[in-house]
Write a protein that binds this ligand. Structure first.
Ligand SMILES: Cc1ncc(COP(=O)(O)O)c(C=O)c1O
Length: 316
């Protein structure tokens, strides 16, 4: 069971948001156009899911968010990580959903004067919860999706640190339009040396001769990626991070994408050529089964505090 993608519903419909100390309908969330989050993509974020009333790996997501805040020097957010966790609970509780998806975003904020000195900004926290969704359709989840290897390269890690989850993503935009032009919906980007990195919203894995590889650099350190590597160890599969060339990816027996928004998503073709026999492979299927089973593991999950639906608003 991998959850439901709300095909056809407008993105974000029915969500509950939090901003400037207030909970509100997600459709009411607004940032000023003067926020550097809008003007410079000067922001960082994280996304966590809730499955059967429990957050999955909430502590890992909060730790990654905190690391992003520190690396980007967001020092005036005004909320500590425990309060941010309560706000996440508050959004999910108000949404009232059993399966949900929470985004937590920090933006730089609006500078005080026309020289836009970034040190004068008051950072802004935005959180929202929506019903659970995946980034691929239900059909793709079952049968696999079609990806291309884009000509556009990933923004180099020396320019923008990809371990800070961020919306500075025009490389993904160009790559996605390449994909649309080549009858695919998703694109994986290479780095300047021709090695595989990631796509918008996911890490990638390739299985060849029983060895499971995922790119070791130039990517977000995905929490689903981490979970898959742990599961592969449990299954005695040699799973590791490595440099992967585009040709190695194209020649793999099985390929899948990993994301909090979808879990493990099989790939059925690359550049129009079938991966393996074109159906999700046995290792992909076994890992998917175990991944969802882990969502009942008390050590990796946190029950949603649905009591926080009625709590007082948090002061910023
Ligand atoms: C660029 C990028 N890579 C990888 C991932 C997967 O990370 P995670 O498994 O933590 O959701 C994401 C998630 O949104 C992402 O945006």
């Amino acid at each position: 069971m991998t959850g439901k993608n709300s095909d056809g519903a407008p993105y974000g419909s029915g969500g509950i948001g939090f901003m400037d100390g207030d909970f509100m309908a997600m459709s009411e969330l607004r940032i000023p156009v003067t926020d550097m989050g809008f003007q410079l993509a000067d922001m960082c974020y994280d996304a966590v899911h809730i499955w059967r009333r429990r957050f999955f790996r909430l502590d890992d997501h909060l730790a990654r968010f905190q690391a992003g805040l520190d690396k980007r020097r967001y020092e005036t957010l005004g909320y500590d990580i425990d309060t941010i966790a309560d706000i996440c609970h508050g959004c999910v509780a108000r949404l009232g959903a059993d399966d949900a998806f929470v985004m937590l975003i920090a933006t730089r904020g609006t500078p005080a004067g026309p020289n836009k000195d970034l040190r004068t900004c008051k950072n802004r926290l935005i959180v929202w919860a929506t019903p659970y969704h995946a980034i691929v359709s239900d059909t793709e989840m079952t049968n696999g999706c079609d990806i291309i290897v884009a000509d556009t390269i990933r923004i180099p890690p020396e320019a923008v640190d990809p371990t800070v989850k961020n919306f500075g993503r025009l490389d993904f935009v160009s790559a996605l339009f390449e994909a649309y032009d080549r009858n695919a919906d998703y694109a994986v980007l290479l780095d300047a040396d021709g090695c595989v990195t990631e796509g918008r919203g996911w890490n990638i894995f390739a299985l060849k001769g029983g060895v499971l590889l995922s790119p070791d650099s130039g990517v977000l350190e995905g929490i689903t990626r981490k979970t898959v590597l742990e599961l592969s160890a449990d299954l005695n599969i040699d799973g590791r991070l490595a440099r992967i060339t585009a040709d190695q990816l194209r020649g793999a027996d099985e390929v899948f994408l990993t994301s909090t928004a979808g879990g493990i998503m099989p790939v059925k073709s690359i550049d129009g050529n079938a991966v393996g026999d074109g159906a999700p492979g046995p290792v992909t299927q076994r890992l998917t089964e175990l991944y969802w089973k882990l969502h009942g593991d008390a050590a990796l999950t946190t029950p949603v505090n649905y009591q926080l639906a009625e709590g007082p608003l948090v002061e910023s």
